[in-house]
Design a binder for this molecule. Sequence first.
Ligand SMILES: Nc1nc2c(c(=O)[nH]1)N[C@H]1C(S)=C(S)[C@@H](COP(=O)(O)OP(=O)(O)OC[C@H]3O[C@@H](n4cnc5c(N)ncnc54)[C@H](O)[C@@H]3O)O[C@H]1N2
Ligand code: MOO
Ligand SMILES: [Mg+2]
Length: 439
Amino acid sequence: MTTSRGPSSARVRTDRLWEDVESLLSVDEARERVLAAVGPLPAVRVPLLDALGLVLAQPVVAGHDVPPFTNSAMDGYAVRASDTAGASYDHPVALTVVCEVPAGSRCAVSIGPRQAARIMTGAVLPEGADAVVRFEETDEWEPGTVSGHRRGRAEIRVFRPAKPGENVRLAGEDVAAGQEVLPAGTVLRPACIGVLASLNQRWVTVHRRPRVAILATGNEVIDLGPELLPGQIRNSNNYTLAALVKQCGGEPILLGVVRDDPDEIRSRLRSARGADLILTSGGVSIGDYDLVKHVLQAEGRVELWQVRIKPGKPMAFGWIGGVPMLGLPGNPVAAYVAFLQFGRPAILKMLGYEDWALPTVRARLLAPCENRGQRRHFVRVRLERQGDEYVARPVGEQGSGILSSVAQANGLAVIPEQWNEAPAGAIVDVQLLDPWCVP
Ligand SMILES: Nc1nc2c(c(=O)[nH]1)N[C@H]1C(S)=C(S)[C@@H](COP(=O)(O)OP(=O)(O)OC[C@H]3O[C@@H](n4cnc5c(N)ncnc54)[C@H](O)[C@@H]3O)O[C@H]1N2
Ligand code: MOO
Ligand SMILES: [Mg+2]
């Protein structure tokens, strides 16, 4: 038994802390702290299509009406509605055809009483006309035939009264000139890109994408290329993380692999000075060569270390050279899960998003999941639709080094930290890994 004080007692205290899971930050607290450290990045102008998924930094005000002119919603005849009053199959109204208006051209004359213009969908409504009668409601169309038009006639008969405004699309009925059509903060989804195109916006002002530097650490970790020697392992983390960063709108900057050497780690991290966020993997646990958090502490500030999350517990977050840094655990699944819970929200906030939660559905577990460590456990599952509910089946081995089972999964079932076990049949939240391919 030792009574000595100094370094050894400090180590004992650290070890106790390590075991005292309940004293660790919860996932939600840790996320709050990470989010408090970042904010939306400055605005830049980007070409329209490059803005997909980005967030408007200033409102877009319509410079003109959409549609720009009043036009026909149908192929048929532009008429004066009052001329067609009382029309029926037995008592059709005869109108004189005075012009033809394909889309893209205009009718040179105004439509007078008892006159009509042959008009196509999208063509400018001629002056004088206030409604469009579809071909099917005139004697121009022969029902039951494929090309039943009897074109080029000087006179047509209308079988039904038209209401004023019928089949007419008014100028500005979609977007009116001067209207704030998309407010600042809008996430530009495909329909928004189309709205901007309809307003001739070839450039869009959005929050710029965060540049995310990604660094792997580990004497045993070898980047793609050379043959592995005994004891070495391939650097998969940088590629998983870069793909995740891209998927949520960031720009990955690959910084390669450094050895478990404080000087190497320090100098490579210095090369990330221009980044908006640094992601490292490995070296944050309590092993002899887990030096990343020491470098973070010596060179910057450790804001938090260790979270009640499984996998991913040893994660660290802090600042280095003025850049926020997530020290993700080395185990590939721990890095993946911790990125989704902490890195993704930070990137989305930098992009200007206000909602950074992963899309989640409630699902019934098809097999039990244990959860002994009082941590929030993220279980890889395959989510399926069964009748009117979702069911989630855990897939493959759940070890923190088994990345291939994540590759098979489409969701992460969230087992709350208070549960010792989630029995089969339990209803849990499932985070969607690929929201655009929900079953
Ligand atoms: N005594 C304890 N040891 C460990 C604990 C603990 O609570 N007490 N926690 C374990 C958990 S949980 C995790 S997660 C890991 C995290 O460790 P580190 O962040 O220090 O990561 P490393 O030790 O550097 O590596 C862990 C593992 O991951 C492999 N790895 C690392 N980088 C990569 C990469 N770029 N690509 C693929 N694989 C990588 C590495 O070879 C190791 O096998 O600590 C546990 N230990
Ligand atoms: O938490 Mo470690 O995060 O299992 O792999
Ligand atoms: Mg380690």
